[in-house]
Design a binder for this molecule. Structure first.
Ligand SMILES: [Zn+2]
Length: 220
């Protein structure tokens, strides 16, 4: 089975939005003016299209995301449900699962990593399947969150100063055949780091980095 959020996950989020259960209370303060998140106001609801994989078929599912506004400086933030990654239509399990398949393996190529049980998830109306270049792009996106990585690591260390995570992060190596430039090497390492931090984060806070750090999820 390919990693993916389910239709039920997306419907459950829509229900929480409709019942006003999404609040800004657990978000960090505004990074611009430091107003506490409990003072954030709901600014807008945006319908978002997500792509989930059902029995090897890539299908669209829709739900609303809540945007909050800081009353101090007017900056707006998107609340990301646990299954979402900023700027991506595919869900977090899909993006992180396929990306991990590539960056955590010494030998896997992009062509191999899209295969699930000897076939590739496909689009129902088109004669197309999940492209190897899509995984390359996902890793680029995840590799562009070093600020988010650092903020998440700080929270983890505050919660558990003796965690072994720093040792795990320091040990990371990317095989040389996976990059041609130093820039790409940095993205691959940042991607691997974020995936490790995310696993610790889920175990510690029972939520995704992108949900808890919504005010810090700009590219940095
Ligand atoms: Zn502010």
């Amino acid at each position: 089975m390919p990693p993916t959020a389910t239709l039920d996950d997306i419907k459950a989020h829509q229900e929480r939005v409709e019942k006003d259960k999404i609040t800004a209370d657990n978000l960090p303060p505004c990074p611009r003016c430091f107003v506490e998140s409990l003072f954030f106001k709901i600014h807008a609801y945006r319908e978002r299209r997500f792509l989930i994989i059902i029995e090897m078929l890539i299908k669209a599912a829709y739900c609303s995301l809540v945007r909050f506004k800081c009353p101090g400086c007017g900056k707006t933030f998107t609340h990301y449900p646990d299954f979402a990654i900023p700027h991506k239509h595919y869900t977090r399990p899909t993006v992180t699962g396929f990306s991990a398949g590539y960056v955590e393996s010494d030998s896997m190529t992009y062509q191999q990593v899209v295969m699930v049980d000897s076939s590739v998830p496909g689009y129902p109306q088109k004669d197309a399947t999940l492209a190897p270049s899509t995984i390359h792009r996902w890793i680029t996106t995840i590799g562009q969150f070093p600020g988010t990585c650092r903020a998440a690591l700080r929270l983890l260390l505050q919660e558990n100063p003796i965690t072994s995570i720093c040792r795990d992060l320091a040990r990371l190596i990317i095989p040389q055949r996976k990059y041609k430039t130093n820039h790409r090497k940095k993205q691959l390492i940042c991607c691997r780091q974020l995936l490790i931090i995310e696993a610790f984060f889920q175990a510690t806070f029972k939520t995704s980095i992108f949900t808890k750090l919504a005010t810090r999820c700009g590219f940095s």
